[in-house]
Write a protein that binds this ligand. Structure first.
Ligand code: UDP
Length: 234
């Protein structure tokens, strides 16, 4: 199934297949934080993040959100539609945390009165700098119509995921999405939705069940990821 390696990121590898319209994505156990300064292996992370994404993406499709997902191939691989990734990380926030709290001096855990969408340029070399929609349009990373669709889909993903996790005893604090375009220009959700890319707080205890356990040396990283998989799939 797997052809030549097309791209290797911090947490995934993307391979060509015999069909130019399809790629294989392999999820790795590698974890990085602070723009690659902190690195480690989290045992079983690739399989857990693959399983979580495999469980969620078809439900997003059913909710009217087009995605790149086709099907699971193995414990840590999935088949996806070949897309051209828009080099923009789309961050959706329900509650202040992380860089938002730091930048604006707002306590972590402060609820936001409406969702906040932020855009960052997907560039490891530059540390994913914050940008705005004018930047995206001016540099030709997406058209106005594509950008409007990205925003619409990001809010739709939030509208689906927030109650989805709420029903599983998890507060969805914030998350990061990436979008791609198909050959005809149609925007689809790409990448992953996992504890690497979302902040999940236990609804009863506010315990962190996501990558902040790794970033902040809280311990119990593998257990938190496994607990999120369990809540999503049972
Ligand atoms: N995030 C991500 N990849 C990045 C940056 C952020 O998946 O390169 C996710 C992160 O896990 C969190 C959300 O996006 O769920 C918001 O992250 P934030 O901007 O607060 O940055 P951080 O504090 O993680 O540096």
């Amino acid at each position: 199934m797997r052809g030549e390696l097309r791209y290797e990121g911090k947490a995934k590898r993307v391979y060509a297949t015999a069909d130019p319209q399809q790629y294989v994505v392999e999820y790795k156990d590698d974890a990085t934080a602070f723009n690659g300064v902190k690195r480690a292996q989290i045992e079983g992370k690739g399989a857990v993040n693959n399983a979580i994404t495999v469980a969620i993406y078809p439900q997003l499709e059913a909710a009217g959100i087009p995605t790149h997902f086709i099907r699971q191939l193995s414990v840590n691989e999935q088949l996806v539609k070949a897309v051209s990734i828009v080099p923009v990380e789309v961050i959706v926030r329900n509650v202040a945390a992380g860089s938002f709290s730091k930048r604006l001096g707002i306590d972590e855990g402060t609820p936001l009165s409406r969702p906040v969408i932020e855009y960052c340029y997907k560039s490891d070399a530059l540390g994913d700098p914050l940008i705005n929609t004018d930047t995206v349009l001016s540099l030709g990373w997406a058209t106005e119509a594509q950008l409007a669709r990205i925003r619409e889909l990001a809010l739709k993903v939030r509208a689906f995921l927030t109650p989805f996790f709420g029903a599983r005893g998890v507060r969805l604090i914030d998350f990061k999405l990436e979008f791609g375009t198909l050959a005809g220009g149609e925007v689809v959700l790409a990448d992953e939705i996992s504890p690497d890319t979302c902040r999940f707080w236990d609804a009863a205890t506010n315990e962190k069940l996501d990558k902040d356990r790794f970033r902040r040396d809280l311990g119990g990283v593998e257990d938190a990821y496994a607990e999120m998989l369990r809540r999503i799939t049972t």
